[in-house]
Design a protein around this ligand. Structure first.
Ligand SMILES: *Cc1c(COP(=O)(O)O)cnc(C)c1O
Length: 398
């Protein structure tokens, strides 16, 4: 039998991230157990019947739920202040599940246009194929959200800070417009991390994460999670999740539980380094502009102050010159790795215009500020001076 470790409550987040949601087997293991099982044996036929009727708590099948994935969900719920959650195989499984489970043909979605590329594909193409129409707006402009509302608008969708230019959108203000329109707000909170921004407290109805990013934080596995109220999950997600099968593997849930234990240490260290690096870049003569949510010169600094409790582990900056200079910088790095992932212990950089955002039209890239000189830097947990020296050396060689 599993015993829930819940004799104390009200711990601070860093403590919940080490202990929260733990269920122990009769062996009394210290570390969370990894339950690599598809199914569960019932003691009697009556017990099987009671489980299927929902009259007895317990596990039925790992596509529905599994002790290790449930521990991950419960730890995330504690961190997010959510009543319930479902873990998914990837961040995109979380996004597409959170949207599709509550939409049907004839519905309309309003979405910020600054989106992770695959999210845009889901909203525009996948939902479009289902007969769900969508309108893309400049998320920073509240009038555009309001003007996009139609009688059949069911969902508002956004991420903030956005990828890659770290624009900020006022979650509370957009939630209010959504609710007046009778729609629900879904927020992809990957860039802020669950430490620095709590969309549910700000009025969002559903929060989604790619756990692949800061939550794993060590480049090992994919994962995602959808968090909301118990009512929303019961009404929209519970059956959809069971029958469509986006479930997370128990192995990945175990890895991510370990990631959560060290999340605050990693994110705080990386954010402190990022703030220093952003200041350094802002003063550098070869750099035209720096976008960093913790700096006062960020165009949406007021929104950052209002809804974020920390800066970011990500920085975007524009090289003077353009693609040639950006490539020269990228090729001159020795420590910082060239890759499109983010939120890792290792410092990573990417050139969005030719990689993650290459499928957008020039016009769409211009609208989003993704110029040919733009670089995105995901700061890791190496010694800050080593990261700075590497960047300094690469800039010298440009
Ligand atoms: C990475 C990412 C996703 C997708 O997550 P995967 O785990 O790669 O499927 C979705 N949204 C944002 C903002 C991301 O950064």
């Amino acid at each position: 039998m599993l015993k829930r470790d819940d004799n104390r409550r009200g711990w601070r987040p860093a403590t919940e991230l080490v202990h929260g949601g733990t269920m122990r087997s009769n062996f009394g293991e210290v570390s969370e157990a990894m339950f690599l099982t598809q199914g569960y044996v019932y003691a009697t036929a009556e017990q099987a019947e009671a489980r299927f009727k929902g009259e007895e708590p317990g596990f039925i099948y790992s596509r529905y739920s599994n002790p290790t994935t449930r521990m991950f969900e419960e730890r995330m719920m504690l961190l997010e202040g959510a009543e319930d959650a479902r873990s998914t195989a990837s961040g995109m499984a979380a996004v597409s599940t959170a949207l599709q489970c509550q939409l049907q043909a004839g519905d309309h979605v309003v979405s910020a246009r600054a989106l992770f590329g695959s999210c845009r594909y889901v909203v525009e193409t996948v939902l479009g194929r289902m007969g769900v129409t969508s309108t893309f707006v400049d998320g920073r402009n509240l009038d555009e959200w309001q003007a996009a509302v139609r009688p059949n608008t069911k969902v508002f969708f956004m991420e903030t800070p956005t990828n890659p230019t770290l624009e900020l959108i006022d979650i509370a203000a957009v939630a209010e417009i959504a609710h007046q329109a009778g729609a629900r707000l879904v927020v992809d909170n990957v860039f802020a991390t669950p430490l620095f921004q709590h969309p549910l407290e700000l009025g969002a109805d559903v929060v989604v994460y790619s756990a692949t990013k800061h939550i794993d934080g060590q480049g090992r596995c994919l994962g995602g999670v959808v968090l909301s109220s118990k009512d929303w999950i019961d009404e929209n997600l519970h059956d959809y999740y069971r029958h469509t099968g986006p479930a997370m593997s128990p192995f990945n849930a175990w890895t991510l539980l370990k990631g959560l234990e060290t999340l605050p240490l990693r994110v705080k260290q990386a954010t402190a380094s990022a703030a220093r690096i952003a200041d350094y870049l802002a003063d550098h003569p070869k750099i035209a502009r720096v976008f960093y949510p913790g700096r006062d010169d960020h165009p949406d600094a007021a929104v950052a102050k209002k809804q974020m409790t920390g800066g970011s582990t990500l920085i975007a900056f524009e090289m003077k010159g353009g693609k040639r200079e950006a490539f020269a910088f990228a090729n001159g790095l020795e420590l910082v790795l060239l890759t499109n992932n983010l939120g890792d212990a290792k410092t990573l950089t990417t050139h969005p215009a030719t990689t993650t955002h290459k499928n957008l039209s020039q016009e769409a890239r211009d609208q989003l500020g993704i110029s040919d000189g733009l670089m995105r830097l995901s700061v890791g947990i190496e010694d800050t001076d080593d990261i700075l020296e590497d960047i300094e050396g690469a800039l010298k060689r440009v």
